[in-house]
Design a protein around this ligand. Structure first.
Ligand SMILES: [Zn+2]
Length: 309
C-alpha cells in the first residue's frame, strides 16, 4: 500500500539522522547518554510565565462543569480585540535550527512554537518563546510510513517497541521541558494510525492534562478519535504551509485565508525554513488589514470545542 495522498512531512532531517537501512525499520539507538542526560539545569531560573498575557477573556466558558485541565493555565490569551477569522500558525520542528528558531520567536505573534523534543536547551528556548508572547508546544517524534527516507529521530515512538520501552520513551519526550500546552506529532504517519499504541500515548497525555494537536501527517490518523475517547482536548491542523509537494507557500497562505474566512478559524503548520519565515513575516504584517486575527492555537481549539457543544 503506497501513500501518495499522505501529506508528507517536509522535514529537514536532523543531524542525528540515522542512515537508511534496507532492513525493516528498527528503533534507532536510544542515545540515552546524549540528550537524555541533560537535566535542564536552567529550569530553576525565573523564566516561567514571563510575558504571557493573562487569562483568555471570552473563551473562559469553554469548560463547563468539570475543572479545566492544567494546560489552560499555560495557554496564551488571544490579543485584546481579536475576533474571527482566527489564524493559528504553528512552527513545528523548532529548536534544532537555533538561528531560525530565534528569528521565529522575534516575529510578531502570537504564534505557536512547537519544540522538537530532542532539541537542546529547551528550557531556555521555550522560555524565550513564551517571554515573547508565543504559545509553546512539544513536538513528539513518531514513526512515519517511509521510515527509510525519513528518520523521525532519537527516542521516537515506533510500533515495534515493546510497551515498557514505548512508555519510557514517551516519558523521556514529555519530560524534556514543561510550560507547553499540548503536543503534536512529528512525522508519525504510521504510528498515529495504530489505535492501541495511540491509546497508550493518550493515557499519558490525559494524565498530564495537555492537549493533542494532530498534525495529520498521514491519512489514517486515529489520534483525535482516541484523544476524545480518553477525554483529551484535541484539534487537527488544516494545512501545511511549506509542504515540499505543495505549489508554494503563497498558494498555501491563500488557502489558509480561504479556510479561515469560510470557517472562522484555521490551524496552519509551517517550519522554521528561511523561505517560510520570510513569507510569514510579510503575511503577518498585512494580516490585520485583511481582517485576520493571529491567535495561539489554544484559542482555536477552545473555539472549536464551544462550537461542538
Ligand atoms: Zn515535524
Amino acid at each position: 500500500m503506497t501513500a501518495p495522498a499522505m501529506a508528507p512531512e517536509p522535514e529537514p532531517v536532523p543531524a542525528e539522522k540515522v542512515e537508511a537501512k534496507s532492513e525493516p525499520p528498527s528503533p534507532p539507538p536510544l542515545e540515552a547518554a546524549k540528550p537524555a542526560a541533560p537535566v535542564e539545569p536552567v529550569q530553576a531560573a525565573p523564566v516561567q510565565l514571563a510575558a504571557a498575557p493573562v487569562a483568555p477573556p471570552s473563551l473562559e466558558a469553554a469548560t463547563s462543569g468539570k475543572s479545566a485541565p492544567a494546560w489552560r493555565a499555560r495557554a496564551v490569551a488571544p490579543p485584546a480585540g481579536a475576533k474571527p477569522p482566527f489564524v493559528a500558525i504553528i512552527i513545528d520542528d523548532a529548536g534544532l535550527d537555533r538561528k531560525n528558531t530565534a528569528r521565529a520567536i522575534k516575529m510578531a505573534g502570537p504564534l505557536t512554537i512547537s519544540f522538537m523534543s530532542y532539541a537542546h536547551e529547551l528550557a531556555e528556548q521555550s522560555a524565550a518563546a513564551r517571554a515573547a508572547g508565543h504559545e509553546v508546544m512539544l513536538h513528539l517524534p513518531m514513526e512515519p510510513l517511509d521510515a527509510k527516507r525519513n528518520n523521525p529521530g532519537p527516542n521516537a515512538l515506533w510500533l515495534n517497541l515493546d510497551e515498557a520501552e514505548l512508555k519510557r520513551r514517551l516519558q523521556w519526550n514529555l519530560d524534556r521541558f514543561d510550560s507547553y500546552v499540548g503536543i503534536n506529532n512529528h512525522m508519525g504517519s504510521r504510528f498515529t494510525a495504530d489505535a492501541p499504541r495511540m491509546t497508550l500515548v493518550m493515557e499519558e497525555v490525559s494524565r498530564r492534562q495537555i492537549f493533542w494537536l494532530d498534525s495529520l501527517s498521514g491519512p489514517k490518523s486515529v489520534g483525535s478519535a482516541i484523544a476524545r475517547k480518553a477525554g483529551v482536548d484535541t484539534a487537527e491542523r488544516d494545512l501545511f504551509l511549506d509542504d515540499e509537494r505543495s505549489p508554494g507557500i503563497q498558494h498555501e497562505l491563500a488557502a489558509m485565508e480561504r479556510i479561515a474566512r469560510a470557517r472562522g478559524d484555521v490551524i496552519a503548520i509551517g517550519h522554521p525554513h528561511t523561505s517560510t519565515l520570510d513569507a510569514l513575516e510579510k503575511w503577518i504584517a498585512g494580516a490585520k488589514e485583511k481582517g485576520f486575527s493571529l491567535v495561539p492555537v489554544s484559542t482555536v481549539l477552545l473555539r472549536r470545542q464551544q462550537q461542538e457543544r
